[in-house]
Ligand binder design. Structure first.
Ligand SMILES: *Cc1c(COP(=O)(O)O)cnc(C)c1O
Length: 434
């Protein structure tokens, strides 16, 4: 399968080129040239398949031309080694819990898949691939854990000193092996600037093979389609799939875009809702037809603090740029921090279900927008324990920390301190490449 750039000013590439490059040279995002529909038979029998079986069928439609069946099957089965149950929260509202992976957030799925795919493409190369990832917390932990122990790949996680929570920090500083944590004396934007500079540094790229693992990478965002099929199958099993609405707490829009790909392949979803926090750029676009990015503002649901969602270009491409079609199929919502807190508290008190601040946006949008007879699933993108201080102060409770998170906290922190000057980072990488 060929991949084209959404800016149409760069040559088409193969899957392996798209994965290693990440962003196209014209700064567009790669999109598969065609999306294969899955047949009627598949959807009729989906409720009797395991999550891994159905995901392999979806993966085959995306990647089957480029990877032999047995290899692809192994990559998919390795990636989905944890459950994503649909749990009833309220009348006709279900939570698709995507937080049962190693770092308790949905990004584990994409990161694990990408790690295995990159390892696969690089398996016969002598040169290591180096993944550079700047993080304000969550992406770094998912990527580090996804890539841990993958042969032929080394990961450098750049994070701002003193600006990530202790729980987050130990998720990427205690791993060792092929994961190096770099503690940058600066803020998140400095980390991101260092990574961008490295990608543009021709001499450095001549010495080291560098790639990124953010959500613009096709290998990270496409596999997120798998769990939308799983949500549908679970709802079909309880006879609630006929008029299904799926609501996705959205920041960079990688997650919802994967769901839209699923829909294009035939997944019977009536409509989608993108739930935003106070960063309401997409919401405003739906209302006005004008897309105007702004600097992000900090909120309780901080993994959605995005002022210029990078996957917006893919949403446009999927609907041929038509605002009417997009607004006709995707609903929007935007919530302030006080609304998020109020929703989390109210839902917990009334139903006993503890949301995290991101899931709270998704749940509330369904409560407000479901029509009679419709059933809704929202993606619960993270475990509430990841935001323990905030969640406890809202509910007055004490959310338990799952064992796998506690295990990280027992490890020894290992990281290398660097200034925010590019020259220091560059010297460090040059030393590494010797
Ligand atoms: C990354 C993230 C999101 C936003 O996902 P996008 O694909 O960027 O829209 C939502 N919730 C949590 C917990 C996240 O980590």
């Amino acid at each position: 399968m060929k991949y084209y750039s959404t800016n149409h000013k760069a040559p088409d590439v193969t899957l392996s080129e798209a994965v290693v490059k990440g962003l196209a040279p014209d700064r567009g995002l790669y999109m598969p040239e065609t999306l294969k529909s899955l047949d009627r038979d598949f959807f009729e029998n989906i409720d009797s398949m395991t999550f891994q079986e159905m995901s392999y069928r979806v993966a085959d439609a995306f990647f089957g031309e480029d990877i032999p069946a047995e290899d692809l099957k192994k990559i998919v089965y390795d990636t989905l080694a944890f459950e994503t149950p649909c749990v009833k929260v309220d009348e006709n509202i279900y939570s698709l819990e995507l937080f049962h992976g190693p770092t308790l957030a949905f990004k584990d799925v994409g990161a694990r898949f990408m790690a295995r795919l990159l390892g696969y493409f690089n398996r016969n190369e002598k040169q290591l691939v180096n993944v550079l990832v700047a993080t304000s917390g969550d992406t770094g932990s998912a990527v580090a854990n996804g890539f841990l122990g993958v042969p032929g790949v080394h990961v450098y996680v750049l994070y701002p000193k003193g600006k990530v929570s202790p729980i987050q920090e130990c998720q990427f500083t205690t791993l060792g092996q092929n994961i190096t944590a770099l503690e940058i004396d600066g803020v998140f934007d400095d980390c991101q600037a260092l990574v961008k500079n490295a990608f543009m540094d021709a001499e450095l790229n001549g010495r080291m093979k560098l790639t990124s693992a953010n959500s613009i990478n096709v290998a990270r965002f496409l596999p997120q389609a798998f769990y939308y099929f799983n949500a549908y199958a679970q709802m079909k099993r309880i006879d609630k799939a006929d008029d299904l609405v799926i609501c996705v707490p959205s920041g960079n829009f990688g997650n919802i875009t994967a769901g839209l790909f699923g829909w294009k392949m035939g997944l019977p979803v009536k409509r989608f809702i993108a739930a935003n926090n106070a960063n309401d750029i997409f919401y405003k676009y739906l209302q006005t037809g004008v897309y105007s990015p702004r600097p992000s503002v900090q909120t309780l649901a901080n993994a959605m603090d995005v002022g210029d969602p990078s996957n917006f270009a893919r949403v446009l491409a999927l609907y041929g740029g038509s605002h009417a079609d997009i607004a006709g199929h995707i609903g929007g919502a935007t919530y302030s921090d006080s609304q998020i807190a109020e929703t989390l508290k109210e839902c917990y008190a009334r139903t006993g279900y503890l949301l995290d601040p991101h899931g709270a946006c998704g749940y509330r949008a369904l409560r407000e927008q479901l029509e009679p007879g419709q059933c809704g699933v929202f993606l619960e993108t993270a475990h509430p324990a990841k935001f323990k201080e905030k969640v406890d102060s809202i509910t007055g409770g004490d959310v338990g920390i799952p064992a796998r998170l506690q295990a990280f906290m027992k490890g020894t922190k290992q990281s290398i301190g660097l200034s925010k000057d590019y020259a220091d980072f560059r010297n460090f990488l040059f030393e590494e490449s010797r």
